[in-house]
Design a protein around this ligand. Structure first.
Ligand code: NAD
Length: 508
């Protein structure tokens, strides 16, 4: 019961903190003008947490105008000034770590251990990384390439960035979108997912507290079709950066393309987990269960399809089933909880639908149902015997479900790993460096782990191949998205009649 009191306190704190509204525009909070309401729900209980007025089109326009006004000043700040501001932001976020973790656990149903040890420290580290990286933006070349001119490359901000984020890691997604954009001198309007507005607002308030000027970071909390499409199509937005499902990403791409915007898409995943017959079985079993269940499986890189070479297959299936049975479902605010609820009952029912349909063509070894408790919980689930082209192997479920299938040759294991439309992440498990090395080269995904699955670090890029999208989050590679390069060329001859003018004037 103590844990529930904590959840109620956090909910009351959020209602008080955001009493003025869910839109953070030009440095202050205000209510949305959509004439609708949206209720944030605690996924662990189904209880309402906070009802807010979502952004209307007017609010999106106001946020873009604020970002546009702030742009010259922020783009004109020195890299050192932007870096200092981001260092201060890292400090403010670290001071508020407890509040951020609690709000993230409340709105997402994430276990407090996950938000305290992963979401929040990851966000602080990302902020510190981009504080440093802000001083290392560079053009790649400068020199006299024609002989008569000096050329160099300037790296410039793109302008006002419009970003859209999903609900599975709201705080980290806010950080991944906002930090590289503003480190490079852009200003931004971020639209978080409707269900999870709290920590993006807290992040923006922390930016203000750190002295980042008003209008540099704006948050519009609104519905996808209304606020999201307005933001993507806005003529004063120079770039769209979207993280979410492949289906919505296609719609976003259509609108962004029609208005000729730079586009960065981080979309769905269906990560394979390939276990060769010389792998450390215990490590692979632990890696598969942790990789499948992190964030209740609502992770775009979660291990979803384990392919296990025949000699290890039976022991792997038995090991995963045994280990899944030890995972403790519980209240997100209880530090002993391993697995929280899904984001909503709708999402839980969607996942259950996939598993229920699979019963006709596959075996549900363990789980496959909701436990007897309130909230959007679903038991850790292991499925075997599915055909490679079946729905449960090919589609993104976004729940605590692992499918395990056998393979014979290494060629077959790698081919199966590549056999979905997605290509976000994958892992290969082997003690043989040549086998693992081949998998890292031949699996088509933006990240391939060897003998692990899930860890991310600020210095390394995150992004997809194939239908998982294009462009990179985190790392210095993200600056390729959030900057444009300009060639500047100076004449060095100081003569009126240049050599190349012969093409126009001949010998005259
Ligand atoms: P979603 O696509 O339903 O929604 C994402 C965002 O898009 C939300 O903010 C939503 O309001 C907005 N949106 C919805 N319709 C829109 C429209 N017509 N125009 C503009 N915006 C619109 O995704 P979700 O359910 O919130 O998140 C889960 C998905 O996100 C999964 O597919 C997951 O794989 C993906 N994801 C990918 C990454 C990655 O890095 N590749 C990271 C996290 C999540």
């Amino acid at each position: 019961m103590g844990n529930r009191f904590q959840a109620q306190d956090v909910a009351k704190g959020a209602r008080d903190r955001f009493a003025e509204g869910a839109q953070f525009i030009g440095g202050r909070l205000r209510a949305g003008t959509s004439e609708r309401t949206h209720t944030v729900v605690d996924p662990a209980t189904g209880d309402p947490v906070w009802t807010y007025a979502p952004a209307g089109e007017q609010d999106v326009d106001a946020a873009v105008a604020a970002a546009r006004e702030a742009l010259p000043g922020w783009a004109g700040a020195t890299p050192g000034e932007r870096s200092d501001a981001l260092h201060r932001l890292a400090g403010v976020l670290a001071e508020q770590a407890g509040d951020l973790a609690a709000a993230e656990s409340l709105q997402c149903g994430k276990p407090i251990r996950l938000t305290t040890e992963f979401d929040v420290p990851g966000t602080v580290d990302n902020t510190a990384f981009f504080a440093g990286a802000a001083r290392h933006l560079e053009g790649k070349a400068a020199g006299e390439y024609s002989g008569d001119h000096t050329s160099y490359v300037r790296r410039e901000p793109v302008g006002v960035v419009g970003s859209i984020a999903p609900w599975n890691y709201p705080l980290q997604m806010a950080a991944w979108k906002i930090l590289p954009a503003i480190a490079a001198g852009n200003t931004i309007v971020l639209k978080p997912a409707e269900a999870t507005p709290l920590t993006s607002l807290m992040f923006a308030q922390a930016a203000a507290e750190a002295g980042i000027p008003d209008g540099v970071v704006n948050i519009v909390n609104g519905l996808g079709v209304q606020a999201g499409e307005r933001l993507v199509g806005h003529r004063d937005v120079a770039m769209t950066s979207f993280t979410g499902s492949t289906a919505v990403g296609k719609r976003v791409a259509e609108i962004a393309t029609a208005t000729v915007k730079r586009l960065h898409l981080e979309l769905g995943g269906k990560a394979p987990f390939v276990v060769f017959d010389d792998a450390d079985l215990e490590a692979a079993v632990h890696g598969a269960v942790a990789g499948a269940l992190i964030n209740t499986g609502q992770d775009c890189t979660a291990a979803t399809r384990a392919y296990v070479q025949r000699p290890l297959y039976d022991a792997f299936v038995a090991g995963v089933a045994d280990l899944m049975a030890t995972v403790r479902l519980g209240d997100p605010f209880d530090p002993s909880t391993d697995l929280g609820p899904l984001i909503s009952r709708t999402q839980r029912d969607r996942v259950a639908g996939f598993v229920d349909r699979a019963r006709s063509y596959a075996t549900v070894v363990t789980g496959g149902k909701a436990p007897q408790r309130d909230g959007a919980y679903y038991l850790p689930t292991l499925v075997t015997g599915a055909a490679q082209d079946s729905e449960i192997v090919q589609s993104e479920l976004f729940g605590p479900v692992l499918v395990v299938l056998p393979f014979d040759s290494d060629d077959e294991g790698i081919a199966l790993a590549n056999d979905t439309p997605y290509g976000l992440a994958a892992s290969a498990w082997s003690r043989d460096v040549y086998r693992a090395g081949r998998a890292t080269r031949e699996i088509k995904a933006g990240c391939v782990w060897v003998n692990d699955h899930i860890p991310i670090i600020s210095e390394m890029p995150h992004g997809g191949y194939k239908a998982s999208g294009f462009g990179k989050d985190m790392s210095a590679y993200s600056f390729e998205e959030y900057t444009q390069v300009k060639h500047v060329m100076y004449d060095n001859t100081a003569v009126a009649r240049k050599d190349w003018h012969r093409t126009i004037f001949g010998d005259r």
